[in-house]
Write a protein that binds this ligand. Structure first.
Ligand SMILES: NC(=O)c1ccc[n+]([C@@H]2O[C@H](COP(=O)([O-])OP(=O)(O)OC[C@H]3O[C@@H](n4cnc5c(N)ncnc54)[C@H](OP(=O)(O)O)[C@@H]3O)[C@@H](O)[C@H]2O)c1
Length: 484
């Protein structure tokens, strides 16, 4: 089965922060892959913008270098690369001054989709929106793409939403959460709402609990200043884990359209109970063979910022009453692994007797690495020896079912950038969703501050602090392993 490429109309894409890490490592390689796939026409313009005093050729050299490192090997062929670079241009400008904006205006094409990607630090989101408007660069076909973090708390998110709303309509604002662009996350919706099999069981009557794990083996190197102010709660839980929770917990939307989906997600966030202090574990990694401790990394021996969070959340509605959602995320853990496990209840009665043990189905939705979905089912162990039961994965490996070309699903940024051009906001966060997520997160953080909470140390390369195991154990449950 070969994936179908739906071509988009010509567009201009301006990447503010085009010399930075995200643009060079993710956005430009994603655009290049879509170009190689034949998704966009020859007269597209990609205009990099940043303060660095580069001419267009010097910027193209920089992009070429990045693509040789970050684009997949089969796309590094020089004819495609050169053709792509012909579409790339550069303007030196400062988001905080008026210089350079006239040059940008002169390069833009009239009467086509015009997207401005804010791949810069969050303090520049507001000034960029203001300058785009002040310099008359915004048209009816203009979209802005805003990176994370979207605010630091509810107040700052509301201020940012208000600033953006002063210049752009909600339909023009694309707030990125790149987890939503992952193929498996979209597949989660296909599995839930495209099959009769799962949805009838998708509630507290049949689901014992849900585990959402986003584990990273890396530390925070290069992001020390930001991370020390943010911590895992703001950096990961408020956005990525919250989005995953929403997609698992939401009611079926009436249709797969942006507001129908986002309305349902918002209802989930609003149904979340406040989290009790004894349902949260915070951790901070210690030093080890693979690097410095958290405190040494940020150069603050008294830091109380968490590099790990595990918590138990409750969605208070008819569907989920009594089914807890356990969320955990952390840095410097044993492996890089993002997976959602839907843990079904045991069968109500075992006809095979006590020796057969307890068996429950687990639906694992794996986001990275090796995207895919597995359903663990119980079968008879083959051979002699009576009725011995064993749990085996009923594999929904995309590669096997859909052919080898689906072994490497597109990067999230490929999907998301093309959705911006197409004008499809389904996989982007709406302003009220972001605010509701902060409204749930803020009291948790305020509670830590009020109590002077100090995170528990955990060994680098482990699964996190022992208290996170206890969080589950107290409920008679345990975490699934964190496997690479
Ligand atoms: N890197 C990631 O993996 C990642 C992941 C998720 C989200 N993000 C978010 O994406 C955004 C960019 O991150 P990054 O890692 O790419 O940052 P970065 O490497 O520090 O790059 C920042 C970019 O902004 C430009 N810039 C800085 N001040 C400017 C100004 N006054 N006017 C115009 N351009 C200016 C810089 O170029 P000049 O110095 O030449 O101006 C550079 O191109 C941030 O909001 C970050 O939180 C990044």
């Amino acid at each position: 089965m070969v994936s179908r490429v739906i071509p988009v109309d010509p567009f201009d894409l301006v990447i503010f922060g085009s010399t930075g890490d995200l643009a060079q490592r993710k956005i430009l390689p994603a655009l290049f892959r879509r170009y190689c796939a034949g998704q966009w026409p020859e007269d597209v313009q990609i205009i990099g913008a940043a303060r660095s005093d580069l001419d267009s050729d010097a910027f193209r050299d920089l992009v070429a270098q990045s693509l040789r490192t970050h684009a997949p090997a089969q796309f590094r062929d020089s004819s495609a690369l050169n053709a792509f670079l012909q579409r790339v241009d550069y303007v030196a400008l400062d988001a905080l001054s008026d210089e350079g904006w006239g040059n940008l205006a002169a390069k833009l094409t009239i009467d086509r989709v015009r997207a401005f990607y804010f791949s810069v630090g969050p303090r520049l989101f507001g000034p960029l929106a203001e300058r785009i408007k002040a310099n008359d660069l915004a048209t009816a076909q203009t979209r802005i793409v805003v990176e994370k973090p979207f605010g630091h708390d509810l107040g700052s998110a509301q201020t940012l939403n208000a600033t953006l709303a002063a210049h752009f309509s909600e339909g023009q604002i694309y707030r990125i959460d790149h987890y939503l662009g992952k193929e498996t996350v979209q597949n989660l919706m296909a599995v839930r709402f495209g099959n009769m099999l799962f949805e009838p069981l998708w509630n507290s009557q049949y689901v014992d609990h849900i585990q959402i794990t986003v584990a990273e083996s890396v530390g925070i190197d290069g992001r020390e200043e930001y991370y020390e102010r943010a911590g895992a709660m703001r950096d990961m839980v408020q956005n990525h884990l919250m989005q995953l929770l929403c997609l698992i917990a939401m009611e079926p939307p009436a249709k797969f359209d942006p507001d129908a989906v986002r309305d349902e997600k918002l209802k989930v966030i609003r149904a979340l109970d406040p989290v009790k202090p004894h349902h949260i574990v915070r951790g901070q990694f210690e030093g080890g063979p693979n690097g410095l401790s958290y405190r040494d990394t940020v150069g603050n021996p008294r830091s109380t910022t968490e590099s790990y969070v595990a918590l138990r959340a409750h969605v208070s509605n008819w569907r989920w009453a009594g089914t807890p959602f356990y969320l955990r995320t952390g840095k410097r853990l044993v492996a890089r692994s993002s997976v959602i496990n839907v843990m079904f209840k045991d069968a109500p009665h075992s006809i095979f007797g006590a020796d057969a043990g307890r068996h429950a189905n687990v639906l694992s939705i794996r986001l990275q690495p090796n995207e895919g979905i597995t359903l663990k089912v119980t079968i008879k162990e083959p051979g002699q020896g009576g009725m011995r039961l064993v749990d085996v994965p009923l594999d929904m490996s995309f590669a096997e079912a859909l052919g080898p070309e689906n072994q490497n699903p597109p990067d999230a940024y490929e999907r998301l950038v093309m959705d911006v051009i197409r004008g499809n906001q389904t996989l982007f966060m709406r302003g009220d969703e972001v605010e509701a997520a902060w409204a749930w997160t803020d009291p948790i953080i305020a509670g830590w501050q009020a109590r002077g909470d100090v995170p528990k140390p955990y060994e680098s390369g482990s699964t996190g602090p022992g208290d996170a195991e206890l969080l589950m154990k107290r409920d008679g449950r345990r975490w699934q392993g964190i496997n690479p």
